[in-house]
Design a protein around this ligand. Structure first.
Ligand code: FAD
Length: 285
């Protein structure tokens, strides 16, 4: 099923994300985790694309397994480190497997700055996917602004270019204060960006994640969130429980405010996905 058709129903949707392994020996365990999450019957599941594209086969394989277990997959695809030939090879494979949803991304610029010359921005990839077949295309958006953008206004203008190139919905970068999203929605709607916006929610369940988030410039951490990390950061079990509760509260507030699309960055953790899903059993069906 196309995700745009799912979203058009106007009902709350809960979806989960998994990421492929870097090496073949981990493929089986990642696939097992993905299928356990698929057993929770989410609206759809996304599979990320390894930076550089070296593990693209795993993305396609895992997305395919998810589909064979009755859940709609969303395959991510990045372009900045790829040639057109590589991108079109992946598109053909997705078509062959009947995968019709793609999250089209630029990808991060590698630390050594070495990129291919075929693509500079996600909007170019979106236009190409649109021309290559009947795909439903999603893109990324950044309620706090993308780290490289000069300001939020320019970033929103570039989001508009992605929508004009043919993207059907957008998924947000994680955020920990819902007011940031509400403000962003106001701004993008004002600029005529009317595609569905899926809120990306990260349940922060361990100290490694906290360190990573703190190192990401620009992610605002509300004092309520910081207090949880201060109090429970050194106690893994308590941090996990509190992180899941925080994410669940964020989701309930979003749905109460008619943000219907909720995507959980579930990080290959079926137990985290299950706890969130169970806590929302009467809210998202
Ligand atoms: P773009 O939309 O191309 O934007 C990149 C930057 O360029 C922005 O600052 C934008 O404002 C600017 N820009 C865009 N167009 C122009 C223009 N015409 N002129 C000047 N500036 C311009 N990474 C992965 O490697 N694999 C994944 O699976 C993955 N999944 C993700 C999923 C989500 C929901 C999100 C939010 C991010 C994901 N990322 C992933 C990370 C993403 O690749 C990075 O954030 C990357 O730096 C930007 O990708 P983009 O598609 O948003 O880029």
């Amino acid at each position: 099923m196309k995700i745009k058709d799912l979203l058009a129903k106007g009902e709350p949707t809960l979806s989960f994300e998994v990421f492929p392994p870097k090496t073949e020996d981990k493929l089986e365990s990642v696939e097992a985790a993905a299928l356990e999450i698929a057993g929770l019957h989410p609206a759809f599941m996304s599979v990320t694309y390894g930076a550089g594209g070296g593990t693209s086969r795993y993305t396609v394989d895992i997305a395919s397994s998810i589909m064979n277990h009755g859940v709609t997959p969303l395959a991510h695809l990045t372009c900045v480190s790829s040639t057109k030939e590589k991108v079109h090879g992946v598109l053909e494979e997705l078509k062959d497997r009947g995968i019709e949803n793609i999250l089209a991304l630029r990808g991060d610029i590698p630390a050594d700055g070495k990129v291919e010359k075929d693509y500079q921005y996600a909007s170019q990839l979106i236009a190409e996917i649109k021309a290559a077949g009947d795909f439903c295309i999603g893109a990324a958006c950044y309620p706090e602004g993308h780290v490289e953008s000069v300001n939020k206004t320019a970033d929103i203008q570039h989001l508009k270019e992605k929508v004009e190139a043919g993207c059907d919905f957008v998924t947000t970068q994680m955020f920990f204060d819902n007011n940031i999203l509400y403000n962003y929605l106001y701004r993008i709607r004002e600029k005529g960006i009317m595609v569905p916006v899926i809120a990306g929610i990260m349940p922060v369940t361990n100290s490694a994640q906290i360190k990573r988030i703190c190192s990401m410039s620009g992610t605002y951490l509300p004092s309520r969130f910081k207090a949880i990390v201060d109090r429970f950061g050194d106690n893994p079990a308590a941090m996990k429980q509190a992180g899941i509760a925080y994410a669940t509260e964020q989701i309930i507030d979003l749905i109460a405010n008619h943000v219907n699309g909720i995507h959980v960055y579930s990080m290959n953790k079926p137990d985290v996905a299950a706890q969130i899903k169970n806590s929302l059993s009467e809210i998202v069906r």
